[in-house]
Design a protein around this ligand. Structure first.
Ligand code: 5GP
Length: 176
């Protein structure tokens, strides 16, 4: 159990389980993109651990870049992307794979997909480690999903609560 500020969190998914899942996702991508040179775009901050572990298992000729989106205020999705910053690559005609930590309402990823589409990517897929039930809206657009989570607040493995907890190795769930 960990206590961060006013909240208590219990261990939910171990780092070992996460790594097994990450490796399964990487193998699928390796086989689907055989012979291609995809451009991975990791959505910071939350996806930094996932991106690092995933890319270690990718055997393709590939590039990785990072963008940043601020859309989450403490424990509630504000629903509006404030900014998508740091996209320096020309993604025209590229096979893009967006690396997301967690999809909640799906609003963030929908906006990112829209933006990338308008920049003329050849193909765009999403690899998300976690997905919550609310994101049903975008389900058909998500090709690679690690874990389906219940509708609960989680932290660790890159995900924070008010800026804290990103360094935890395992995934934790808010204790009621
Ligand atoms: P959406 O736009 O899909 O509602 O929200 C996606 C973003 O909200 C994620 O990239 C992540 O930053 C944040 N988020 C959603 N659910 C959680 C959660 O349970 N814990 C944490 N720490 N962040 C979350």
């Amino acid at each position: 159990m960990v206590v961060i500020k006013d909240k208590t969190f219990e261990k939910f998914i171990s780092y070992e389980e996460i790594l097994t899942k990450v490796s399964t996702l990487a193998h699928k991508i390796n086989s689907d993109y055989k012979g291609q040179k995809p451009l991975f775009i990791s959505v910071l901050n939350g996806s930094f651990m996932f991106a690092a572990d995933l890319l270690k298992e990718i055997g393709l000729d590939c590039e990785i870049s990072f963008v940043k989106v601020a859309s989450y205020d403490k424990m509630e999705s504000t629903g509006n992307i404030k900014q998508l910053i740091g996209l320096n690559e020309n993604i025209f005609n590229r096979d893009v794979i967006i690396i997301e930590d967690i999809i909640d309402t799906g609003r963030t990823i929908s906006k990112i997909l829209e933006e990338f589409q308008s920049l003329g990517a050849k193909s765009i897929e999403v690899v998300a480690l976690f997905q919550k039930p609310k994101s049903g809206l975008v389900r058909e657009e998500l090709k690679y999903v690690g874990f389906e989570l219940p509708d609960a607040f989680v932290l660790g493995y890159g995900l924070d609560y008010d800026g804290l907890g990103r360094n935890l190795k395992d995934l934790y769930k808010l204790k009621n």
